[in-house]
Design a protein. Structure first.
Length: 132
């Protein structure tokens, strides 16, 4: 039977293990929480853009996911490699502005892929053109 004269033992190790697992779960879940804030975006403005093509680089993205730079066209997957080659020719300076004209029916990810590729290539002045 049970001897009531003995002192009971409290094993803390499983409790610490459970607390560490709960802490890890909460830390992972914290990064997945998305805070929803209401943001009012500004409407597009009609800024004057220079018509001289030597002053800027124009990147156009068609509905068919083809990217056009000057008279050359390429697929979206080939764009980063061709951009590195274009940068290496010295025809366009990294300080010159780059304008992106994207079809409005494109997926947002495609436009962001082009924008990210331009930023990674070193172009710092990148803008998206709108109708107004």
């Amino acid at each position: 039977m049970y001897n009531f004269d003995e002192n009971p033992e409290l094993n803390i190790t499983p409790l610490v293990d459970i607390m560490l697992v709960l802490l890890a779960i909460l830390m992972v879940a914290q990064t997945a929480i998305i805070y929803d804030e209401k943001i009012e975006l500004p409407s597009g403005s009609k800024a004057q853009v220079s018509e001289n093509t030597a002053e800027f680089l124009l990147v156009r993205i068609g509905e068919d996911r083809k990217v056009y730079i000057d008279k050359s066209s390429m697929s979206l997957a080939e764009f980063p490699d061709n951009l590195v080659l274009l940068k290496g020719t010295g025809k366009y300076s990294l300080e010159k502005p780059v304008y992106i004209q994207a079809d409005k029916r494109l997926v947002y990810d495609d436009v962001m892929f082009v924008l990210k590729s331009l930023k990674q290539a070193g172009f710092t002045k990148v803008a998206l053109q709108t109708n107004g």
